[in-house]
Design a protein around this ligand. Structure first.
Ligand code: FAD
Length: 418
């Protein structure tokens, strides 16, 4: 097993970098596994990793229709936080953030997790009250939150437009342990960790059918042949509706495009993650210097992985309102990802009506920060057939019964308002 360390980097640097080996193998699919995970995104890979690490289950395959890191896990704006308000969500994200905090040691991989602090701005008395409440809930959960007044925000973010703006800044909620991580490194780190423990990562292998006999899962059909399995986990983010339909399920999920943008690299200027309270706009600066920012969904269901100009315009306008200096930076790239939106904006980690078939989906536009927690909880469910406590409220039947809905944004069952 190749381990990374400072000494190793030094040695390789002095000896021509000839000793590095591939991060994971490229095995052919076996005819049968104990567990098959459909989807090699962040959640699928972390599930496989924790199945092996926590439960000693290594006869596992992850089937990925494209390449590792090609989905949302490599397309997001990388914000990691635990500032959820509602019971059900708050303990889950709190657990996930704790896993983040030891992830690099755990994986022996530099995922560039940077707890630079997240500031949610507010622009009215009503918003201040709501953020004060949220901050108290976070502290009660054991996480950290500091309510800043206008001058407190100015100390951290002096470059914002405080005085000559349509939406004056009243203050902000600082979450010091919030921050960012390098998204694709998270995928690679989990992939490498799972592979090292014996999990087969099979790329270019699309699942085209799920085999079920008498209500029990028997395996999957793929573009690389049939694979039998005692248990199957569906973890395919924006494609959840399509893959679940292979097992006769109709999920309460709509797939929507979410765009992200990055500017040319500039000198360090933004050392927090900032979110605007009067429009959907959030921003941070990557270690390469690019300003990374995003906004809202494109507002109609789609499987496209690039977005449209009206939302681009909205995001740029919000950025200019908040920090006019951003107008000098040139946008380098934009892209989109397919978001699996649930009616209450909260996820699903549950068994299905088919014995041995499990599902993990509905992460909406906030599933990157959930990668460690989701994998940990989903692995627990698959291995033990019992819900992991922090994720025990993510039940599928809440949308049928109405009991246990977690409407984090308080916006009701309208996808585009989450
Ligand atoms: C622009 C943007 C910004 C975002 N910003 C943030 C953020 O700042 N913070 C945050 O917490 N979250 C954010 N998110 C959300 C987050 O990225 C997603 O919720 C999360 O990555 C989804 O889980 P995943 O990583 O497993 O998905 P993916 O990486 O999409 O993994 C799913 C995988 O399943 C594969 N698949 C699909 N169908 C099949 C099939 N039939 N057979 C085999 N494989 C299949 C896909 O190819 C894909 O690789 C953002 C998302 C986007 C698009």
């Amino acid at each position: 097993m190749m381990r990374f360390s400072g000494l190793r980097v030094l040695k390789e640097g002095l000896t021509g970098n000839k000793g590095w080996t591939p991060h994971w193998r490229d095995p052919a699919p076996k005819p049968e596994y104990d567990i098959v995970i459909i989807g090699g995104g962040g959640h699928g890979l972390s599930t496989a990793y924790y199945l092996a690490r926590e439960h000693g289950l290594t006869n596992v395959a992850v089937l990925e229709k494209g390449y590792i890191g090609g989905g949302n896990v490599g397309r997001n704006t990388t914000i990691v936080r635990a500032n959820y308000f509602l019971p059900g969500n708050s303990e889950f994200y709190s657990h996930s953030l704790k896993l983040w905090e030891n992830l690099e040691n755990d994986l022996n991989y530099n995922v560039m997790h940077s707890q630079r602090g997240l500031i949610n701005l507010f622009h009215s008395d009503g918003q201040r009250d709501a953020f004060a409440r949220r901050g108290n809930a976070m502290i009660n959960q054991g996480d950290d939150a500091i309510l800043l007044d206008r001058e407190g925000v100015r100390k951290h973010l002096p470059y914002l437009d405080f005085d000559n703006t349509r939406f004056p800044i009243y203050g902000g909620l600082l979450h010091p342990r919030g921050g960012t991580a390098r998204h694709d490194a998270v995928a690679w780190g989990y992939a490498r960790g799972a592979d090292q423990r014996g999990v087969d990562l099979i790329q270019n292998c699309e699942v085209t059918g799920i085999d079920i006999e008498n209500g029990v899962v028997k395996g999957v059909q793929t573009t690389r042949g049939a694979i039998r399995a005692k248990k199957v986990g569906i973890v395919v983010a924006g494609r959840s509706g399509q893959v679940a339909a292979m097992a006769g399920m109709r999920l309460p999920i709509e797939s929507h495009v979410l765009q992200a943008f990055v500017t040319e690299g500039i000198k360090p200027v933004i050392d927090h993650v900032i979110s605007f309270g009067m429009g959907h706009f959030y921003i941070s600066q990557s270690d390469k210097g690019g300003l990374v920012f995003g906004g809202d969904l494109d507002f109609y269901a789609s499987y496209a992985s690039r977005g449209n100009l009206p939302m681009t315009e909205h995001v740029m306008e919000a950025g200019m309102t908040l920090m006019p200096m951003i107008g000098k930076a040139k946008v380098l790239r934009s892209w989109g990802g397919i978001m699996d939106m649930t009616p209450d904006g909260s996820p699903i980690i549950d068994k299905t009506h088919v014995d041995g078939l499990y599902i993990d989906c509905g992460w909406c536009y906030g599933g990157f920060k959930a990668v460690p927690g989701s994998g940990f909880s989903f692995a627990h469910l698959i291995a033990t057939d019992r819900h992991h406590e922090p994720a025990s409220r993510f039940r599928l039947d809440r949308f049928r019964t109405g009991r246990g809905l977690m409407d984090e944004e308080g916006t009701g069952s309208q996808h585009n308002l989450h």
